[in-house]
Write a protein that binds this ligand. Structure first.
Ligand code: SF4
Length: 360
């Protein structure tokens, strides 16, 4: 059920570079060139990412002259919440408006003791997964570092009270590894413990459809968690559901996962969307346990979230439980991840698709 929808007026485009597009090192270099002490980088990052101000004017321990210099040289983007849908279970789906008129989705999910935020990394997606609404628009463009971070800053404004936003999943619109450079720059800001956003790397998870050529770099550049959107146990079915499998079939994907540099005691999460009559048989469950043997793995079962424009169906509850039973018998940790926000435009890409069709 949609409880509320908020509309917030649009802002005008800015021509100066956005301060949120820069890394700590780049800002320090810039300040150095202007003769400003390097510790100012720390102060400015702290204002942006910890105190979360919306303008240079609010940075009261920065001199007026330096604030003027910043204003003359940088713009300061703000998250622009074009629409918000709130579900009966209190999940919030944001439609963030971007300066070029495109929109992206972000979902804030209340858990028992914390919030999880699911963020987007591209406008649209080129991967063409059959079960996904976002796939229908194709890839429009990569998100910038600032556009990725602004989703988190925007959602944080709505997180009040004792429960904190601690977990980030890069699992919204887009394939994160296809926008590698901007995603990694954003992750470094999100997990910068000094004056970045101070999220624990153990609580940030990147979910990929299986762009294995980037796995080694990812393991080297960050210590975040890896999740694989798997969804099938044989190449025929996976290639039908996820065209990327034709390029990097299951054997190569599992090899790349087995080589992936995991933090100690960590496991790779395999997401498995259960679709009636496609991948939900007992044989599939047994094949899955064999397939994942070479990898330190845990499994998230996700009953398919039915939506208009997709012919797939969600399996019966008894089928879902039998599938999980096989995984448990073989010693795998597996949870059934129930989609939150089923009464709102819950499928990834659904709200954005509605917005585009209402704009045409
Ligand atoms: S499921 Fe993810 S990778 Fe596949 S088309 Fe959708 S957004 Fe892209």
């Amino acid at each position: 059920m949609t409880l509320t929808t908020e509309i917030i007026p649009e802002t005008l485009p800015e021509l100066k570079p956005d301060i949120k597009e820069f890394t700590r090192e780049e800002l320090t270099r810039w300040f150095h060139e202007k003769g400003i002490q390097p510790y100012r980088t720390t102060q400015i990052m702290s204002w942006i990412y910890l105190k979360r101000v919306d303008s240079f004017d609010e940075m009261t321990n920065i001199s007026k002259a330096n604030r003027k210099l910043l204003t003359e040289n940088f713009s300061f983007s703000k998250p622009y919440k074009k629409q918000i849908e709130v579900s009966a279970d209190r999940s919030k789906k944001y439609l963030f408006g971007l300066k070029d008129g495109n929109c992206i989705e972000t979902v804030l999910i209340p858990e028992k003791n914390h919030y999880t935020l699911c963020i987007s990394t591209q406008v649209g997606c080129a991967m063409g997964c059959r079960f996904c609404m976002t796939a229908k628009s194709g890839l429009i463009r990569n998100l910038t570092q600032a556009e990725i971070i602004n989703q988190v800053l925007g959602a944080l404004k709505d997180v009040t009270g004792e429960k904190q936003l601690t977990n980030i999943v890069l699992m919204g619109m887009g394939e994160p590894l296809a926008n590698y450079e901007n995603v990694i720059r954003a992750i470094h800001i999100l997990t910068d413990n000094d004056n970045g956003m101070q999220f624990s790397t153990r609580r940030v998870t990147l979910s990929t459809s299986g762009l294995i050529t980037k796995f080694d770099e990812l393991g080297r550049d960050t210590k975040i968690n890896l999740a694989i959107s798997l969804n099938a146990t044989d190449n025929h079915t996976r290639s039908m559901l996820m065209p990327i499998n034709k390029k990097y079939p299951l054997e190569q994907l599992i090899d790349a996962c087995a080589r992936y540099q995991l933090a100690p005691r960590n496991k790779i999460t395999f997401e498995y969307i259960l679709i009636q009559g496609i991948n939900d048989s007992i044989e599939d469950a047994h094949r899955l346990t064999k397939l994942l043997k070479p990898v330190k793995a845990k499994i998230n079962l996700i009953p398919f979230n039915e939506h208009a424009g997709c012919e797939f169906k969600r399996p019966e509850e008894s089928v879902i439980l039998k599938f999980q039973e096989v995984l448990h018998q073989k010693g795998y940790t597996s949870i059934i991840r129930r989609s939150k926000g089923q009464d709102i435009s819950a499928a990834c890409g659904q709200l954005s698709a509605q917005k585009s069709s209402s704009n045409t």
